[in-house]
Ligand binder design. Structure first.
Ligand code: SF4
Length: 348
């Protein structure tokens, strides 16, 4: 009997499924995933209980709930997926730049991520590989093995901006086993093993943090050598957070801009001004900065080539992570949306 489970089977993000020709079509405005996102699959499901996630133990009630970021992630045999990637690598029609090996919180997560990475390289695939890890099941020795197997980058999916937010959405208070301290430690391990800016964090904006908490975590992670991948919270149906509003565009634009300024060391911590509710009030920018300089702030952030079209919103609305280089018009709109006086005065 065939056992349908990782490492032999993986889920594919909806966009990756289209790029590999399993599902027909392309996203609105011709957006194509330039990263193939693979997600592990286990018949006994994810062991954690993150309140915003469709894979969470108490939401999914086993492996058959397949949604993540609101869409199904079809289950495909790894060998066939690798064959299709190999056929398409280097072909500009598909533009595949990266494969992301994503973990569930499961005791098999790390050994299987290592095995999947090995099989990608054994199949003769040369595109870059990222590991998206859950620190609860991934330790330094696993990271070393991942690198040895052929991975180029790694992100630690901390998601929450502060210990309190983290605990409230994925720690003990919600019957989940993740620990903030372990995740913080894993950032240093990841940077040690993969090198500065080859390791990073995933941070979701809109899980209940203040803007100051998000900026502080970004400053901290950057000071440790980690790159910053930002996500905008959008509620997933059937989860405990399904009624929580998506993060407002103004908040997300402020955080995107902050991320870009921090990561590129354009400003230091004292440039950020907050009000008494820890909302960002303004950013003191260098006087020679121009509107065009700020365009990349609003692109999808993360590993190079990871554009994740429509993974933070429904097609048709405002694109929070812009999956290509923004036009001047898009940049002006985004800067205006920050509602920060020094940015708004640049565009008016
Ligand atoms: S930024 Fe993209 S490729 Fe990198 S770990 Fe995150 S999802 Fe994967």
């Amino acid at each position: 009997m065939i056992q349908v489970s990782s490492p032999d089977w993986v889920r594919l993000s909806f966009g990756a499924d289209m790029v590999l020709g399993y599902s027909p079509g392309v996203f609105l405005k011709g957006a194509l995933n330039t990263t193939i996102n693979l997600l592990q699959y286990y018949p006994d499901g994810c062991k954690a209980n993150c309140q915003y996630c469709g894979q969470a133990r108490e939401v999914a009630e086993g492996p058959d709930c397949k949604t993540l970021i609101r869409v199904e992630w079809p289950l495909r045999p790894l060998n066939d997926v690798l064959k299709r990637i190999k056929e398409r690598q280097g072909d500009p029609t598909y533009g595949i730049q990266r494969i992301c090996v994503g973990q569930l919180a499961h005791p098999r997560a790390s050994p299987d991520a290592i095995e999947i990475t090995k099989r990608i390289r054994e199949a003769g695939i040369e595109v870059q590989i990222s590991e998206l890890v859950t620190a609860t099941y991934t330790f330094r020795r696993h990271m070393e093995e991942m690198k040895k197997a052929g991975a180029n980058m790694i992100d630690v999916a901390i998601d929450g901006a502060s210990k309190e937010v983290f605990d409230n959405v994925r720690g003990k208070p919600v019957r989940s086993m993740h620990s903030w301290d372990r995740y913080i430690k894993a950032i240093d391990e990841a940077v040690d093993v993969f090198g500065r800016m080859n390791a990073g964090i995933h941070l979701i904006i809109g899980l209940g943090e203040t803007e100051k908490e998000a900026v502080d975590l970004m400053l901290y992670a950057h000071s440790r050598g980690a790159k910053l991948s930002l996500f905008a919270f959008y509620p997933e149906e059937m989860t405990p957070m399904e009624k929580v509003k998506p993060v407002p565009v103004s908040v997300y634009r402020r955080m995107q801009l902050s991320r870009w300024l921090i990561e590129n060391e354009v400003v230091s911590s004292d440039a950020f001004e907050f009000d008494e509710e820890e909302r960002l009030k303004d950013i003191h920018l260098p006087s020679d900065i121009k509107v065009e300089d700020l365009s990349p702030a609003f692109m999808t952030s993360g590993c190079p080539g990871c554009n994740r079209p429509y993974s933070n919103e429904r097609p048709g609305g405002v694109m929070k992570n812009i999956p290509w280089y923004p036009s001047k018009q898009q940049t002006l709109r985004a800067l205006k949306a920050t509602k920060l006086p020094s940015l708004v005065s640049m565009v008016s």
